[in-house]
Design a protein around this ligand. Structure first.
Ligand SMILES: [Zn+2]
Ligand SMILES: [Zn+2]
Length: 123
């Protein structure tokens, strides 16, 4: 593979953002990889930040759900979901609305499971 910007120069890696081969002279080191120097640097860093923040969000919400979910009902999840979602949307806090959505999904999934189990018992 050759560098996308320099004909004949072997590429040392692939840009995280545009997936082009780039050589040592035009690559910039970003977290967990390289990116085109001054072209894709910003994009790659933003991409990393997005991935990192979504990872930590997922971790936070699952631990919260686990701590809340122990011994409490599905209705509680749904109520919490509506509260979080409403608050998040009202306050424009993405994390809150994300959390609310997760709670709602978990709550409805739980209700669905309970309803299924109940209908099985009847028949
Ligand atoms: Zn690039
Ligand atoms: Zn190059």
């Amino acid at each position: 593979m050759e560098c996308f910007y320099h004909n004949g120069t072997p590429a040392c890696g692939i840009c995280k953002s545009c997936q082009r081969g780039i050589c040592k002279n035009c690559c910039s080191e970003v977290q967990n990889g390289i990116a085109c120097l001054s072209r894709c640097e910003k994009n790659a860093i933003e991409l990393d930040e997005m991935i990192e923040s979504s990872k930590s969000m997922q971790g936070k919400s699952t631990t919260l759900i686990k701590s809340v979910g122990l011994g409490s009902g599905e209705i509680f999840h749904i109520v919490l979901g509506i509260l979080f979602l409403g608050f998040g949307l009202y306050k424009h806090q993405d994390f809150m609305s994300y959390l609310g959505a997760v709670f709602l999904v978990f709550g409805f999934l739980g209700l669905f499971r309970v309803a299924k189990a109940k209908s099985k018992k009847k028949s």
